[in-house]
Design a binder for this molecule. Structure first.
Ligand code: UDP
Length: 412
């Protein structure tokens, strides 16, 4: 059996305040014909990263709406996840091909995983490339299968994509964050673009009393009388933490007292994070004012909430990005974001609305310094970003899109 992830309970009614009564009513209407439908979401890690973040919130709400929803994860050793991280990088355009040995590691592990999958579902939603081969190796059964790809696959490495593509035949639908992420010659009959969303009721995003937020950050070592700039991301080269450090050094010339928090999480399926962590430690040692925090040293959801609330500026200097949930999370708190013009980020913010989009270390430093210099404008820009999130990137909208897709696929 694939390992089940246990999640809490939630009621969709709790979202009337943040998303509106109409959104909740719409969800109940959409879900009514799906009552009792067995839906399985499969991914590779129960924590760390945007997919786990969303499933932890979505599964309880699907259950509350009457669906029999489960979340299961695949397990693998470091070798397997090293290979799948290379696939992830290749799908985002990294030049490195997969060696024959790496392809075999993927195949052998996928066969082992497929043997563990012995449950019956009406719908199976497979997230990202790690569990992708499950359908092919297990067989489709009576279920409808969806591949939900969260990364920017618009210009994949050909060799990596050609290796993975055959595993997609048999899928009934594929879902990307943007239309433009659809990779070439996708062998799937139904394709949709559905952007992710944040959960306004989760500990990461609920209102936090400012005094409590300050206590939390003081506790982990932030100096509250100094300006604070933060990036919250897995330690991943595409998130460009070294570029953030370089930009921070430029900001420091103008604001010597500014401090940088790099908050990163270690996901089970991301062994590359440790190497990146070492590089970040090396790069930051020479620069005073940088602190590195992780989920392993006590910076969890509520602390991230406090960082997103109390930072003067949040940076998300991604070079490639599926969506970047952290952007929406930060904007929801009215804090301005300086972010890489990459993937799904421009869906969430434009210049002056939520923050600024940048394409270089220098631009990142310049916009960050400008926001530090203009706190009133910075607040107004952040607030405009909050409106966008309110309109488009809250969880009830995502669930409505998902339910519509389920209904389409389950039509007799
Ligand atoms: N995150 C976290 N702690 C960290 C770093 C990240 O809780 O130290 C969360 C972050 O708040 C967000 C998710 O991990 O909810 C990252 O999602 P995103 O879409 O930004 O990037 P991904 O990791 O999926 O590429």
């Amino acid at each position: 059996m694939l390992e089940k992830v246990h999640v809490g309970a939630a009621s969709i009614d709790a979202y009337e305040g943040s998303a509106g009564a109409d959104a909740v009513t719409e969800l109940r209407t959409l879900a009514a014909p799906l009552r009792g439908i067995r839906v399985l979401h499969v991914n590779a890690t129960p924590y760390g990263g945007g997919v786990a973040e969303m499933l932890f919130s979505e599964i309880p709400l699907l259950r509350d709406l009457g669906l029999a929803a489960d979340w299961r994860i695949i397990r693998g050793d470091v070798e397997f996840f090293n290979v799948t991280k290379r696939m992830h990088n290749g799908l985002q355009g990294a030049r490195r091909d997969l060696t024959t040995d790496e392809q075999n590691v993927y195949l052998e592990n996928s066969k082992r995983i497929a043997r563990l999958f012995d449950e019956d579902y009406d719908l199976v939603v497979v997230h990202d490339p790690q569990p992708l081969a499950l359908l092919h190796l297990h067989g489709k059964g009576k279920a409808r299968w969806i591949w939900r790809c969260h990364i920017d696959t618009s210009q994949p490495n050909d060799q990596v994509w050609n290796f993975l593509k055959p595993f997609l035949s048999g899928y009934d639908a594929a879902v990307f964050t943007l239309d433009s992420f659809e990779p070439p010659d996708l062998p799937v009959p139904h394709v949709e673009a559905i952007p992710p969303a944040i959960d306004p009721e989760s500990p990461k995003n609920i209102d936090l009393d400012p005094n409590l937020a300050r206590r939390l950050l003081r506790w982990v070592g932030v100096e509250l009388d100094r300006p604070l700039v933060t990036q919250i991301s897995r330690f991943d080269p595409w998130k460009d933490p070294l570029g953030v450090i370089a930009a921070f050094r430029l900001v420091q010339r103008q604001f010597p007292e500014v401090q940088l928090a790099l908050v990163g999480s270690m996901a089970l399926d991301d062994p590359e994070a440790w190497e990146m962590y070492r590089q970040i430690q090396d790069a930051s040692r020479a620069t005073p004012g940088i602190q590195v925090f992780t989920n392993l040293t006590g910076v969890g959801n509520v602390e991230v909430n406090a960082f997103q609330r109390l930072s003067n500026v949040v940076i998300q200097k991604s070079l490639r990005e599926g969506f970047g949930l952290v952007v929406a999370e930060t904007l929801w708190k009215g804090t301005p974001v300086v972010a890489g013009r990459a993937g799904g980020i421009p869906l969430q913010l434009q210049d002056d609305v939520g923050g600024f989009l940048v394409e270089s270390v220098e631009a990142c430093a310049e916009r960050t310094a400008w926001l530090l210099e203009h706190p009133q404008e910075a607040r107004a820009i952040g607030e405009r970003g909050r409106d966008i999130v309110h309109q488009r990137f809250l969880l009830p909208r995502l669930i409505a899109d998902d339910l519509r897709l389920y209904r389409t696929l389950l039509k007799p």
